[in-house]
Design a protein around this ligand. Structure first.
Ligand code: AMP
Ligand code: MG
Length: 357
């Protein structure tokens, strides 16, 4: 593991990492979203090592990371005006554009699809590594498939030590949820995965934005699968997570009742909540962890995955997670929480609670 100053990283160290990438090796590196597991995106064998290290299903395509908007042209057949406008507004940043791929992009990267996802991350270490590598860098999240995504170098080590050549430690990531994946081959463009750029922000540029069906975005496939990654269980700590959605007061009441029921059954229960509701659980739940503030969902996104991972060290039998508003970043946060819950979702109501799923 190599520690780097995120503001002024040591370029000589990053050059060593770039050599590892050029030689077909694997380097984990920070982006603004989560840590990525990078390999030469034009080498089928290097990319194959990513799938092996993560235990990633072969049919889940990888995103290619570029250091400049111009470099996107190396991997996609063309950049239509709308895509160009999005690059100008959101790059560098957490927006992945899915476009028809050039033949040079190995089928292993696109999982056999005719399209490829490309983005330019907003992180000096990542951009320097990609530029020094001289190739587009394929990089999924640097976790074991299915686990919460890594937002610190320690998370990467916990999942992948011994399986990869190098980890560049640039401190905790800032956004905390992955990039928004936007399919530019459909009209209007369609959000396949909600992420760090919100639907509302995309609408400002595009006017009209489609979103892959709500059920699909929440849980995975309910028909044809536009984005293969969405169909796999994901983001889950080892401890089972139960998501409780609804109005804030109803959610807290329902969680308190659920905790009581678990105690009666001799179990230990954790709660993942907001700054605003924290006090309600004190003296009731066995462990209370605050993800962030409802007043500023960027704090929740930033802490979400690290908080989920921490419950595995708490020795609780179950985690009850509060739901959040779906607006803005809340859409990506709820997508991750629903999937982390594996479908264990309770809809809390003020008068009486009904278990919908
Ligand atoms: P990860 O890199 O682990 O954050 O996952 C990348 C996500 O982007 C997965 O959900 C993929 O299914 C999705 N993705 C990547 N490339 C494409 C593509 N060409 N078409 C549709 N979805 C894609
Ligand atoms: Mg991932």
């Amino acid at each position: 593991m190599i520690r780097l100053d995120p503001g002024r990283p040591d370029v000589a160290e990053i050059r060593r990492a770039a050599e590892v990438i050029r030689a077909g090796g694997l380097v984990a590196f920070p982006t603004e979203t989560v840590y990525g597991l990078g390999a030469d995106g034009l080498s089928a064998s290097a990319v194959g090592r990513i799938f092996a290290a993560k235990g990633r299903p072969q049919d889940n395509p990888l995103i290619l990371h570029v250091a400049t908007p111009e470099d996107a042209h190396r991997v996609v057949l063309g950049v239509p005006p709308l895509a160009q406008a999005l690059m100008e507004r959101f790059w560098p940043g957490p927006l992945t554009l899915v476009l028809p791929k050039r033949p040079e992009v190995p089928d292993e990267v696109s999982a056999g699809l005719a399209t490829v996802g490309v983005r330019m991350p907003d992180n000096t270490i990542a951009l320097t590594l990609i530029a020094e590598s001289g190739v587009p860098v394929a990089a999924p999240s640097a976790n074991v498939s299915g686990r919460p995504s890594p937002t610190s170098a320690d998370h990467v080590i916990a999942d992948l030590a011994g399986k990869i050549e190098m980890v560049l430690d640039g401190g905790p990531t800032t956004v905390g949820v992955e990039s928004t994946v936007l399919d530019m081959t459909s009209s209007p463009p369609k959000v396949l995965r909600p992420g760090g750029v919100t639907v509302e922000e995309l609408e400002q540029v595009l006017g009209d934005v489609a979103v892959a069906s709500a059920d699909f975005v929440a849980m995975g496939p309910v028909g044809p699968v536009p984005s293969p990654g969405m169909k796999y269980t994901h983001y889950a700590p080892k401890t089972p997570v139960v998501l409780v959605e609804g109005e804030m007061g109803a959610v807290a009441n329902r969680i308190l009742r659920e905790v009581q029921a678990r105690h009666a059954a001799g179990e230990r229960a954790g709660v993942m909540c907001s700054r605003e509701t924290e006090a309600l659980y004190a003296g009731h739940a066995d462990v209370v962890r605050v993800a962030g503030s409802r007043q500023d969902l960027s704090t929740v996104a930033a802490a979400l995955f690290a908080t989920l991972r921490l419950f595995d060290t708490d020795g609780v039998d179950v985690v009850f997670a509060e739901g959040f508003d779906q607006a803005g970043l809340g859409f990506a946060i709820m997508n991750r929480l629903r999937r982390a819950s594996g479908g264990r979702i309770i809809h809390a109501h003020v008068e009486s609670d009904v278990d919908v799923i």
